[in-house]
Design a protein around this ligand. Structure first.
Ligand code: FO1
Length: 306
């Protein structure tokens, strides 16, 4: 049994890898919710939906939304004078409409996500990290803004000063999620942006406390090679958090909860320093260009002996 902590648009690659092997893994996903946003009266959960659509085989190549979707509703909204900086596809809107309806009826996000997985015929369990309100806010030279506003509306341009996780102190989590961590043979931190994709999960106190206890079976795959992120804007956020922009910086950031760390062979010079954080260090190609890379890396992670 494997639990993957996932966020952003890249985590689905390793999740797909774990599900597409010869033997179907018992897999559970814990999803970031810091990117969730209320827009046009709808509750949108981008990271949950990326996993949902990815496992349902309908994810767009972009890494978000549904493939071959149309945007007629959005164009109509624009004609009606609305700001339409967040692209919601027509089919994707069905998910947001139903999710919002169910939440307004009193269901928790965990219950709604469960309902959605069944409707999309996804057999894996997807847990939102919390049902409490938790938002990633980027403090910029133009003021504080929701991560979607920063990344999509402002194209990631403003200077990042700090990152806050609003609501984290009081956020609680589902006991079933904690149980899934306890009963997993392996807990994987996907090679995702550590600051805005994985950390909003780790700031939920109960999750972090549990991972500390389970550190020896937690493995993180570095999202960086050299000083570059494999994809996305991680470096900008990492620098704002005053972390070293390298696999070592990420390892230090995770050191209280991660006992095993996978790096790219070109970062082998960092191996002994990462090892001195009381971590087992492993080296393999961590770039996932296609399905066969996804399977190769997930098989490698599964085969690790700690
Ligand atoms: N990302 C964009 O860059 N532009 C968009 O217009 C956009 C719309 C969107 C709609 C639904 C959804 O689930 C995700 C969407 N994303 C969009 C992706 C999203 O902003 C981020 O990539 C994730 O939040 C990263 O975790």
């Amino acid at each position: 049994m494997i639990t993957v902590l996932a966020g952003g648009t890249g985590s689905i690659k390793i999740i797909r890898g774990f599900t597409s092997g010869h033997r179907e893994e018992e897999l559970t996903i814990v999803s970031n919710v810091g990117d969730n946003i209320w827009l046009y009266g709808l509750y949108i959960c981008p990271d949950i939906d990326t996993v949902l659509y990815g496992l349902a085989g309908i994810l767009s190549e972009r890494g978000w939304g549904i493939k071959d979707d149309t945007f007629l509703c959005l164009h109509q909204m624009e004609k009606l004078g609305q700001e339409v900086w967040f692209q919601l596809g027509d089919r994707d809107l069905a998910t947001h409409l139903l999710r919002t309806l169910l939440i307004r009826k009193g269901m928790t996000l965990t219950e709604v996500t469960d309902w959605m997985t069944k409707k999309y015929s996804v057999s894996k369990k997807i847990y939102p990290a919390t049902d409490s309100q938790l938002e990633t806010i980027i403090i910029t030279d133009q003021g504080p803004m929701h991560i979607q506003e920063f990344w999509v509306k402002h194209q990631g341009d403003p200077r990042v000063i700090d990152i806050r996780y609003i609501g984290a102190e009081s956020a609680t989590t589902n006991p079933e999620l904690i149980n899934s961590l306890k009963t997993s043979d392996l807990i994987v931190l996907a090679p995702a942006n550590p600051v805005t994709s994985i950390n909003p999960i780790l700031v939920v106190r109960e999750i972090r406390e549990q991972l500390r206890k389970l550190r020896s079976k937690v493995v993180a795959i570095s999202p960086l090679i050299g000083e570059q992120a494999i994809s996305g804007p991680a470096i900008k956020y990492i620098k704002a958090m005053k972390l070293k922009a390298s696999a070592l910086g990420v390892a230090i950031f995770y050191s209280d909860i991660v006992g095993n760390f996978v790096i790219h062979p070109s970062d082998s010079n960092l191996s002994s320093k990462i090892g001195s954080l009381d971590m087992n260090v492993f080296q393999t190609d961590i770039i996932m260009r296609n399905c066969s890379d996804e399977r190769r890396l997930s098989s490698y992670v599964k085969s690790l002996k700690f």
